[in-house]
Design a protein around this ligand. Structure first.
Ligand code: NAI
Length: 336
């Protein structure tokens, strides 16, 4: 029997070991690459399954090269790095991992909120320099404050539950409303403008797509309650970059916790600028990021909200089950 060929890209050694143990080698042949997906990869022309992560861009050219491809299995919830329409046109299925990290991402969201509200990041740097002064470190209580959740899906709902534990008021903006949930969790659906104007903390948990591209932008940024904290663990394109810099500059946002950042997928390290062909836009994005990094009220984390031991195991297990189920005609987390 011809073996099913699967290529995993952007896969660290530990994750490779986990998957290696799972698959039945009499049926599946596995190829692992710690590097990101590239059109130059010679394995593409033979594989049945392509498994990728968020920085692996599955574009038309990749799909065209992979002539035997039947399934694209992304090891993430978001799938905006895959040309879904083209995959559909070519009769290639796409699956994702929708529920691995609602608590994981929600917990990181609160790590950012608490760091900013209690100035933990400033205190940490100071105490390392043996400076234990309280000057400028006074924080604010979360209890009684309003948190505005944009995108009340699995992660958003988990954020709401944690917020309730802190005694916060919760408002949410979503294109789909679940009024039973609204009553059960004691929050209120409001319009986007109302959320921006009433929230002390604004946190993004909707997907990035045409409907959410620059959802917060230069036209509505002035509606934000002055001094609100802004948290983004979703995708950078949901806020117009100019609006983000403007709001931080003008004190419209009192602080920002950003796990996702414009240009993050292109330039993870500055020294890449020396070896990669870097466009003017990327250089601009990097400069803006560095300007923000110097600000005391901005915390940037390297797209790590998903990255806990437990979540990674759930991602790998679901990816394995997705692939097996696809070939056994059982149900799996199908995107298209
Ligand atoms: P979900 O699909 O369960 O929830 C998304 C919610 O957003 C849904 O309720 C949906 O109705 C709502 N929504 C869709 N379009 C909207 C619009 N135009 N305006 C307002 N609301 C809208 O997704 P889940 O699992 O909660 O994940 C949300 C996002 O978080 C993912 O799409 C992904 O981009 C991001 N994410 C980030 C991670 C990280 O490591 N930083 C890890 C996992 C997910």
């Amino acid at each position: 029997m011809k073996k099913i060929k699967i290529a995993f890209f952007s896969i660290p050694a530990k994750e490779k070991n986990y998957l290696n143990k799972k698959f039945d080698k009499s049926k599946y042949e596995l190829f692992f690459f710690k590097e990101e997906l590239s059109l130059d990869s010679s394995v593409l022309k033979d594989i049945d399954v392509l498994s990728v992560f968020i920085y692996d861009k599955v574009e038309k050219s990749i799909i065209d090269k992979a002539k035997n491809l039947k399934l694209i299995a992304t090891r993430s919830t978001g799938y905006n790095h895959i040309d879904i329409e083209y995959a559909k046109k070519k009769n290639i299925s796409v699956c994702n991992v929708p529920y691995y990290g609602e608590n994981t991402v929600a917990e990181h969201t609160f790590a950012l909120i608490l760091a900013l509200s209690r100035n933990l990041h400033k205190a940490y740097i100071r105490s390392q320099q043996s400076n234990f002064s309280l000057d400028g470190l006074r924080g604010f209580d979360l209890r009684g404050k309003t948190i505005g959740v944009i995108g009340a899906g699995s992660i958003g709902v988990h954020v709401m539950k944690i917020a309730k534990g802190f005694g916060m008021n919760v408002v949410a903006y979503d294109v789909k409303k679940n009024h039973i949930l609204e009553e059960l969790l004691d929050f209120k659906y409001v319009s986007l403008d109302e959320l921006l104007g009433s929230s002390d903390i604004i946190t993004l948990h909707c997907p990035y797509n045409d409907s959410t591209h620059h959802l917060i932008n230069m036209k509505n940024i002035d509606k934000v309650k002055k001094g609100a904290l802004f948290i983004n663990t979703a995708r950078s394109g949901i806020i117009e970059p100019t609006a983000l810099y403007y709001a931080i500059d003008k004190g419209i946002f009192g602080g920002a916790g950003l796990d996702v950042f414009e240009g993050e997928e292109l330039l993870k390290e500055e020294n890449q600028m020396l070896t990669k062909n870097v466009s003017k836009e990327n250089i601009e994005a990097l400069l803006k990021r560095n300007l923000l990094l110097r600000r005391e009220n901005v915390i940037i984390t390297p797209h790590m909200a998903f990255d806990s031991h437990e979540a990674i195991e759930r991602i790998l297990q679901t990816t394995y089950e997705n692939i097996i189920s696809f070939f056994e005609n059982k149900s799996y987390y199908k995107v298209v």
